[in-house]
Design a protein around this ligand. Structure first.
Ligand code: EPZ
Length: 456
């Protein structure tokens, strides 16, 4: 039975109308990290005991992952931002593809299911707007741990080789520090026989958060956050209560919005060390940053052009490349933005140029000459982070803008426009009666969608 998603189905024609030249003022509460909560939800499949997750953001990606767990027979009770997860009645079965579509993180289920039940069938996550998103490292690592893997009609079928019901600890060296591969292999190795080492592991804070929760469940994981992680497999993992870390990408998005509007705001809670590469660049560009425990105050003073190259943590995060590019469009002087992680994550550049930005794009390198101002217009976000970037562009632009493509935004930013409104920005979510182009598609809200939107 497919559980009805609690996702409110809203028409594609929703947009955010933003009045430009806004200022931010006040304090904003940062939600739990999407990219941590998603993998922690998958990790809950590793135990029959109850997991209580706190500070879980309400996002459509989270609801999609919840739906997948529910369809595996997991009981979930959501009360505001707290989630009780009970996997004792789980049943391993092949689930319909559509449950997994559009959520790359759904592939995180393969490691826990394989190592706990000896087999797993999970659809290929596929690519998305920002790149091909391969899973070679995930598959090679699982094979090294003793899994037999067949990809049959887009379904990845994994089975523990031979008659053993446990994976075998081994030494793994990743060709690239893939976040998802590191997380998948940590979860698979947590119940394997013996020691696993993962070299060239990704070091993102979300991986450290995963290891903290797994160790609370009884796992034996050492040196998470370093390039070489050690996992000593155990026989069983128990339940625990765990609070999701604050979302460093949401936090960085608000810092950049404040810098771009010469505003002064405080963001909290944050873990400052998770944002070091970002706060360093904002200071270099002329903002005043004050760190006080788990809060950061920024005062946007001037915006000097600075160069950024995205890199794996602790480098500058690729997820903040688009928002930072917007900041550089109105900087004094020139800047160079180089996207090194994903092959197709510069889709926002064209739109920024239409708004009046002076950018020369050559593959994944944007050479920017700061201009005095950019002009508001209708914009369509093509991925989660470019949508947030376009909202910042709308806030700094002259005149008003309408940002479409909110299905991307709602995947990763909890109550984004409400938080901006509380900081003093004139922004409203509206259901447009007209049509608009998205990637050359004319999308016309159906009358049924319009009536539903009105009712909502
Ligand atoms: C995670 O994606 C995040 N998603 C992404 O956030 C984030 O941008 C990314 O890490 C990098 O930090 C979640 O955690 C759910 P990767 P993931 O595997 O795991 C290449 C957002 O906006 N690669 O580290 O898919 C790959 O092509 C999202 O919140 C291989 O070449 O990222 C990419 O170029 C977007 N072979 C690079 O590594 C592989 O086998 C990083 O991918 C695997 C990856």
């Amino acid at each position: 039975m497919i559980w009805e998603s609690r996702n409110k189905s809203y028409p594609e024609s929703q947009n955010l109308k933003v009045i430009g030249q806004g200022k931010l003022n006040g304090t904003v509460k940062i939600s739990g990290a999407k990219n941590s909560a998603l993998v922690l939800l998958a990790a809950s499949l590793l135990t029959n005991e109850k997991i209580i997750l706190e500070n879980v953001p309400r996002l459509t990606d989270i609801e999609k992952m919840e739906n997948i767990l529910k369809n595996f027979g997991v009981d979930l009770v959501f009360e505001k931002n707290k989630l009780e997860i009970d996997s004792k009645n789980i049943s391993i079965k092949e689930l319909p593809d559509e449950l997994f579509n559009g959520l790359r993180a759904s592939f995180f289920c393969i490691g826990p299911l394989l190592t706990k039940f000896g087999e797993a069938k999970v659809p290929l996550p596929g690519g998305c707007d920002i790149g091909s998103r391969p899973i070679v490292e995930h598959i090679n690592g699982l094979k090294a741990l003793g899994a037999e893997i067949i990809i049959d009609e887009r379904i990845v079928k994994a089975k523990i080789k031979g008659s053993k019901n446990k994976l075998n600890g081994t030494q793994i060296k990743l060709k690239c520090p893939s976040v998802g591969a590191t997380e998948t292999l940590i979860m698979a190795a947590s119940l394997a026989d013996g020691r696993t080492t993962i070299e060239n592991a990704a070091r993102e804070p979300e991986i450290q958060d995963l290891c903290q929760m797994l160790n609370k469940m009884g796992a034996k994981i050492y040196d998470s956050g370093k390039e070489k992680i050690i996992i000593d497999g155990v026989n069983k993992l128990g339940g625990c209560t765990h609070k999701v870390i604050p979302d460093r990408i949401e936090a960085g998005t608000f810092l950049i919005a404040a810098a771009a509007t010469f505003s002064s705001i405080t963001i909290s809670p944050v873990i400052p060390i998770h944002l070091e590469a970002v706060t360093k660049k904002l200071k270099e560009s002329g903002s005043k940053i004050t760190i006080n425990g788990n809060s950061i105050t920024i005062k946007g003073k001037e915006i000097k052009g600075v160069d950024i190259d995205t890199a794996p943590f602790p480098g500058f995060p690729t997820d903040l490349q688009a928002p930072f590019t917007v900041l550089m469009t109105i900087a004094n002087g020139e800047s160079k933005i180089t996207e090194t992680i994903f092959e197709n994550r510069m889709n926002h550049i064209d739109l920024l140029k239409k708004m009046g930005a002076n950018i020369k794009l050559n593959k994944n390198v944007a050479q920017i000459k700061g201009v005095k101002e950019i002009n508001g217009m209708d914009l369509v976000g093509s991925d989660l982070r470019s949508s947030a970037a376009l909202i910042i562009a709308g806030i700094i632009a002259k005149g008003s803008s309408k940002i479409y493509g909110l299905k991307h935004l709602d995947r990763g930013y909890e109550n984004f426009e409400l938080k901006l409104k509380n900081l003093g920005i004139e922004i409203i979510r509206e259901t447009s009666k007209s049509t608009f182009k998205e990637n050359e598609l004319i999308i016309k809200p159906s009358t049924e969608e319009m009536s539903k939107a009105k009712a909502a």
